[in-house]
Design a protein around this ligand. Structure first.
Ligand SMILES: Nc1ncnc2c1ncn2[C@@H]1O[C@H](COP(=O)(O)OP(=O)(O)OP(=O)(O)O)[C@@H](O)[C@H]1O
Length: 297
C-alpha cells in the first residue's frame, strides 16, 4: 500500500518526529461511543495524541473517522466516553469553546466563503481572537485599531508562510482546488492553534499539489509547534508524514502504532481489501486469513 515516490519527495526525519511519542498527551479520548439511530458509528474508541506529533487517523470509507473528529471538537456529543484536551475534560463542550482552547480544523468538503477574497477568507480564521464589543470599539477606537492591526499582522505572516501572496486578492472561488485547500489550511493556522485537525487535506489533488501541502503540514508542526491529527486516504502520505497512526474499521480501532507496520497489519489489509483479496495479497488461503486476523471469509 505504501508508495515510495512521495517518501522521497517529502523526507521526514525531524527531531520533533523522533521524540513525539515521549511527549505529554494533549488529547485523550477514552471509550468513545456514538450512534446515529440504530447505527453504531463509534464503538468504544480510545485514542491518544502526543504533543508535537502528526497523528494519522485512517480507515476505509464509513469507518467513523469524521464522526470521531466531530466528537473531539464538540460537534457531536458522544453517547459514552470521555474527551480530555490539554488535561481538561471537554466531553460535550460546544465547538466554539473547544476552538477557544486552541483547536482548529479543516473540513473534508471545502468550507470557504464563496465570493470573498483569499485574504478575507483567511481573516475569518481570527474570529476566536476577536472581542466583538461594539461599545468598546466605539469608545476605545485607538485600542480597536491596534487590535485590527495585530490581526492583520498574523494574517500577513501566514499568507507569507503559505506562499499565497500572488492570489491574496483573488475571489476564492476562481482559484484551483489545490490552492483553495491551501487557503483553508491558512485560515486554520491564523487561529494560532496548538492542535490542528485536518480532514482529508489532499482530497482531489495531483501529486505535485500533494507534495506542496505535505511540506506546509510538516512546517506547521516543525516551525509553528502545532500538533496535528491527519485524516487521510493516501497511504503514501500517511507513511511519509505521520509519527503514529490508528486505523478504524466499523467504529473500532483495529491497529495502532508506527505507520508502515500498522498499515501492513493483516487486519488492516483485510479491512481495506476484504478477506479474499487480502488472502490473495498475502499468498494464503481465505481460511488462514480469517484465523490470522480474526475476520471471517
Ligand atoms: N449525521 C449522520 N447521520 C447518520 N449517519 C451518519 C452521520 N454521520 C455519519 N454517519 C454514519 O456513520 C458512519 C461513519 O461515518 P463517518 O463519516 O464518520 O466515516 P468516515 O470514516 O469519516 O468515512 P469517509 O472516509 O467516507 O469520510 C457511516 O456509516 C455514516 O453513514
Amino acid at each position: 500500500m505504501a508508495g515510495t515516490d512521495f517518501q522521497t519527495a517529502v523526507p521526514v526525519t525531524t527531531a520533533a518526529a523522533a521524540s513525539a511519542g515521549a511527549r505529554p498527551v494533549i488529547l485523550r479520548c477514552t471509550g468513545i461511543e456514538r450512534s446515529f439511530g440504530g447505527l453504531k458509528a463509534l464503538k468504544g474508541v480510545d485514542v491518544e495524541v502526543h504533543e508535537g506529533e502528526i497523528f494519522g487517523l485512517v480507515g476505509p470509507n464509513g469507518s467513523g473517522k469524521t464522526t470521531m473528529v466531530n466528537v473531539m471538537t464538540g460537534f457531536y456529543p458522544p453517547n459514552a466516553g470521555r474527551v480530555e484536551l490539554f488535561g481538561r475534560d471537554i466531553t460535550g463542550t460546544a465547538p466554539h469553546r473547544v476552538a477557544k482552547q486552541g483547536v482548529a480544523r479543516t473540513f473534508q468538503n471545502l468550507a470557504l466563503f464563496k465570493g470573498m477574497s483569499v485574504l478575507d477568507n483567511i481573516l475569518v480564521g481570527r474570529h476566536t481572537h476577536m472581542r466583538p464589543s461594539s461599545l468598546a470599539t466605539l469608545f476605545y477606537w485607538v485600542w480597536a485599531q491596534r487590535e485590527e492591526l495585530a490581526h492583520r499582522c498574523v494574517v500577513e505572516e501566514i499568507i507569507d508562510f503559505m506562499q499565497l501572496q500572488d492570489i491574496r486578492d483573488e475571489p476564492v472561488d476562481v482559484i484551483p482546488m489545490g490552492l483553495q485547500k491551501r487557503v483553508e489550511l491558512a485560515r486554520a493556522l491564523v487561529a494560532e492553534p496548538r492542535f490542528l485537525i485536518l480532514d482529508e487535506p489532499m482530497a482531489g489533488m495531483n501529486q505535485e499539489e500533494k507534495e506542496y501541502i505535505a511540506r506546509f503540514i510538516l512546517d506547521a508542526r516543525d516551525e509553528r509547534g502545532v500538533t496535528i491529527l491527519l485524516i487521510e486516504h493516501h497511504m503514501d502520505v500517511v507513511t511519509a508524514l505521520c509519527d503514529r497512526v490508528a486505523v478504524l474499521s466499523y467504529g473500532e480501532v483495529i491497529a495502532e502504532g508506527e505507520p508502515h507496520a500498522t498499515i501492513a497489519d493483516p487486519a488492516v489489509v483485510t479491512a481495506y481489501l476484504g478477506a479474499r483479496a487480502a488472502a490473495r495479497h498475502a499468498g494464503i488461503t481465505v481460511q488462514q486469513a480469517g484465523q490470522h486476523t480474526g475476520a471471517g471469509a
